[in-house]
Design a protein. Structure first.
Lengths: 186, 109
């Protein structure tokens, strides 16, 4: 069931840089209601469990580390949402910062999307090992990145903006025409 | 290649997602210590064939430090435990004893 060649340029997956995405780093004690409410009040999704992300369109919360969340919201609402989060946090020992312009976002779509990521990251991307809902911080070749699945055939990737060109070229290379190994698709 | 499981975020990955931080459980001698203690802290390291304790950082992942017990001969991981620990947990020491009877490391075992 190969669809190699159906994507632009004959690539084995469709790779696009996503439009500007609002992103807020929230650090603090994730067990406190102040931090939870600051995140859920802006993203309007439930708190994710460890290693998970809850995302709906361009809103969401991703679990980054035991004391860090990445809160996603529409780009043009970030400023207001950071103010809202700080109001919710009050005196809590926590930090909320707009990192939208420090990041770049890519989408990798297609039957072979798993394979493109598997060529670049030390992550078990077997269909039963990495599933929608999971969120993974790792590396893509030589740079840090994080990704999750928007659906069964689409990965969303976040990296540092200064690495955007590198990551773009990396994904295009991993998805080069004729490079399908079909390890996961048979 | 080592496969490590980070106790802070639960992720299992091979060693390139992590950064090695050297020997665990060093005593950091500073002002007030004598020359021998300070020299030992700076330069003297265990170099075992077998059971070893190390610090690792999940550098491309959650960013946290943790500690690991492993075998330098087989690369077997005995377990990982929090960085905020001055000695390996007893349960982990018992696990190692079951697998490597008679082991010792520095002043532990
Ligand atoms: Zn970790």
């Amino acid at each position: 069931m190969s669809e190699a060649g159906t994507h632009p340029g004959g690539h084995i997956a469709h790779i696009t840089q996503a439009p500007a995405q609002g992103m807020i780093t929230l650090r603090g004690d994730l067990s406190t209601s102040a931090v939870k409410n600051a995140a859920t009040g802006v993203a309007a999704v439930d708190m994710p469990a460890r290693g998970q992300a809850n995302c709906v369109e361009d809103r969401g919360i991703a679990w980054m580390s035991p004391d860090e969340l990445l809160v996603l919201c529409p780009y043009d609402t970030v400023e207001a949402n950071v103010d809202k989060m700080r109001a919710t946090l009050g005196d809590a020992h926590a930090l909320a910062v707009d990192v939208s312009d420090a990041r770049a976002t890519f989408l990798v779509e297609g039957t072979h999307a798993r394979e493109v990521l598997a060529k670049l990251a030390p992550v078990d991307l077997a269909p039963d090992a990495f599933v929608p809902g999971m969120f993974r911080r790792t590396r893509l070749a030589q740079v840090p990145a994080a990704f999750w699945m928007r659906d069964a055939r689409t990965f969303q990737i976040v990296c540092f903006r200064s690495h955007a060109q590198y990551v773009h070229d990396l994904l295009k290379t991993a998805a080069a025409p004729g490079s399908a190994v079909a390890y996961f698709t048979g | 290649m080592l496969t490590l499981t980070c106790p802070c975020c639960g992720v299992t990955a091979e060693e390139t997602e992590f950064h090695a931080g050297g020997e665990a459980h060093l005593t950091r001698y500073g002002p007030g210590s004598d020359d021998t203690e300070f020299e030992g802290y700076l330069f003297m390291r265990e170099n075992p064939k077998g059971v070893h304790f190390e610090r690792w950082r999940h550098v491309y992942g959650c960013g946290k430090w943790f500690q690991v017990a492993r075998c330098t001969v087989t690369l077997e991981l005995f377990g990982a435990y929090p960085a905020q620990t001055t000695r390996p947990p007893q349960a982990l020491q018992d696990t190692i004893t079951a697998k490597r009877p008679g082991w010792s490391w520095n002043d532990i075992a």
